[in-house]
Design a protein. Structure first.
Length: 257
């Protein structure tokens, strides 16, 4: 099937994905000061990067790839309290948007860089996600954020990434059917175990994002190069900010194909 001829997901189905899962929560987190930078891509280019069982999700005939730096706090398993020094850290991911054989929309992560080694081990071991350790720092002064990351597993030409921004204007939920809704309202992730060749899926739940415009002073495209994707030409087409959401994480399960 041609990618562009794939069945379209209805907006009702996208909205339904936001409902609370009936599974038991396995982890709690708080995500704050999220920056969403997105570029359009040729769907065929993105489809070639996906594991079996996933097809690229499209908006206006385009695939989309996003760079998302943010802060994780209050990270804890269901029956454990947050641990000072271990439960708060930075994360930076490169992602695209996909649909599985059951027609469920979600996120495919090319990489997730973080500033603590323990979350890297846990996520790789139990969630089959491509977490990588990076040196990261950030300054937050009066709503202005300067966010710095440098992946430690990359080669000697690995460049330091700098993101600098502040949220501006009123916060509001993305309108159903809009590009902003397509990009940020995602409540399912997919992961692939290379050893067993199995595709997995997991749900997350949080209140709908209240997005804002962003005064973007600096950004990096280094993640595209590091993760083997073409570096897009020009500035991001979509730039959004979110103050914070409280998140519930649900267990992974194998995807039937």
């Amino acid at each position: 099937m041609n990618i562009l001829d794939s069945p379209t997901i209805t907006e009702a189905a996208r909205c339904e994905s936001r409902l609370m899962s009936s599974q038991s929560v396995v982890m709690y987190q708080r995500w704050s000061e999220l920056l969403f930078l997105h570029w359009p891509f040729d769907p065929a280019v993105i489809q070639a990067t996906l594991p079996p069982g996933l097809r690229v999700d499209l908006h206006a005939g385009q695939a989309w790839v996003g760079v998302v730096p943010f802060f994780m706090t209050g990270v804890r398993p269901r029956f454990c309290p947050a641990v000072p020094g271990l439960s708060s850290f930075q994360e930076l991911n490169l992602r695209t948007y996909v649909v599985d054989a059951q027609g469920r929309p979600g996120v495919w992560f090319y990489s997730l860089d973080t500033s603590h080694r323990l979350p890297v081990w846990i996520a790789r071991r139990f969630f089959h996600l491509n977490y990588l350790w990076a040196r990261m720092s950030a300054d937050l002064v009066g709503g202005n954020i300067r966010y710095v990351a440098q992946r430690q597993s990359a080669g000697p030409d690995n460049q330091q990434q700098v993101y600098q921004w502040s949220r501006v204007g009123e916060a509001a939920e993305a309108q159903v059917g809009s590009l902003e809704f397509f990009l940020v309202e995602r409540y399912r992730l997919f992961a692939y175990n290379e050893k067993t060749k199995r595709l997995y899926s997991g749900r997350v739940y949080h209140a709908p994002y209240r997005v804002q415009s962003v005064d973007l002073k600096a950004y990096s495209q280094e993640l595209f190069r590091l993760d083997g994707l073409p570096v897009p030409a020009g500035d991001p087409v979509s730039v959004l900010g979110v103050e914070a959401v409280d998140v519930r994480i649900f267990p992974l399960s194998a995807v039937e194909q």
